[in-house]
Write a protein that binds this ligand. Structure first.
Ligand SMILES: [Mn+2]
Length: 343
């Protein structure tokens, strides 16, 4: 048996909140990734099988490459349907917040959720959770929220209760948050859990293809363009800056999710320690910043200091309200400031 991590007290609180609730809303962070969607769909399925009245709502749309997830078709998108979903948020008597550590991560949905004083269960692996949970299950050492949720579900309902669809969802989150187990995935527990999920009959190779072999040709043309034309090497600092403006994204028929993973590519360059990707947001008037690093370079610290963001040690993000050229200058300034950790 795997250690559940969740304390007896937490488990009692969790059970009590779930038992008492009549109308549960599950939610996750804005711009959901595989871990957020995997956790959302897995827990949706589990609670439905517990005969709960439960609704899963994302703040905005999730990428096409996650639409195949079992239960994804039942997930509501707040941004697309505010009038119909506001009453659902208002009527909820329990929220379960998955894969985020502070209310602002719900973005356009924050106000509506926070207006409801109903208790919140937070199940998450981001460091430094804010004080907004009635029941906080936060373990930053976890590879993913899905890994943690596996332990929570098993602690609540037992290993046998977990079904095939839920195993697919949980594996997807663990796989995507670790770059298919290439980073943040060196604990043996992870592979014990994968073993258990495989016993449920999941096809991990098919899941890999569902997520990573589903891109459009335009994405690869855009990737080629970014790497050939828009990659700036800061050799002295073992860092790389990638950037994309709105016009360039339009030129390559950019769809949400198309630039997913670009920021990781420069880390494959020999000796490189840090990769920064600056992209003009196609939905809002700001710039999305993504940071990735290897070893112990603190992306989250740099993101908090320079880019109004945060995250994990090796993967963090933020936003900037300025021009792309200004953002590039700021990124260079950030790299110079952290030179002692990069040289
Ligand atoms: Mn996550």
């Amino acid at each position: 048996m795997i250690e559940s991590l969740v304390s007896d007290k937490q488990l009692v609180d969790l059970k009590h909140l779930l038992d008492e609730a009549q109308k549960i809303v599950l939610t996750c962070h804005v711009s959901p990734d595989g871990d957020a969607m995997g956790a959302l769909t897995a827990f949706l399925s589990v609670l439905k099988r517990q005969n709960k009245d439960v609704c899963a709502i994302t703040p905005n749309i999730f990428p096409d490459f996650l639409k195949w997830l079992p239960g994804a078709d039942e997930v509501q998108v707040y941004e697309k349907n505010e009038e119909q979903l506001d009453p659902v948020l208002k009527a909820a008597d329990l929220f379960v917040c998955l894969d985020f550590n502070g209310p602002s991560r719900m973005s356009m949905m924050e106000a509506a959720v926070q207006a409801n004083p109903a208790p919140k269960i937070v199940i998450d692996h981001h460091p430094n959770p804010e004080d907004f949970a009635s029941c906080l299950i936060s373990f930053p050492q976890m590879s993913s929220t899905c890994e943690l949720l596996y332990r929570v579900i098993v602690a609540l309902y037992g290993e046998d209760f977990l079904g095939y669809d839920e195993a697919v969802c949980l594996y997807t989150g663990m796989m995507t948050d670790t770059g298919a187990f290439t980073y943040n995935s060196s604990r043996s527990d992870i592979y014990y859990i994968i073993g258990k999920l495989l016993e449920k009959g999941i096809d991990k190779d098919k899941i890999y293809r569902n997520v990573f072999y589903e891109y459009s040709a335009e994405r690869f043309r855009l990737m080629g363009y970014v790497l050939y034309v828009k990659m700036e090497m800061l050799h002295e600092y073992h860092s790389v800056i990638l950037s994309l403006d709105r016009e360039e994204q339009k030129r390559f028929s950019h769809k949400k999710g198309d630039t997913e993973g670009f920021v990781n590519i420069p880390l494959q360059i020999k000796g490189n320690k840090l990769s920064i990707f600056l992209r003009e947001n196609t939905e809002q008037d700001n710039i999305r910043v993504s940071l990735r690093s290897v070893d112990d370079f603190p992306c989250n610290q740099m993101a908090a200091e320079f880019f109004n963001g945060g995250g994990h040690l090796n993967a963090a993000g933020g936003t900037l309200e300025c021009t792309l050229d200004e953002a590039i200058e700021l990124a260079k300034k950030a790299v110079r400031k952290y030179a002692h950790l990069l040289k």
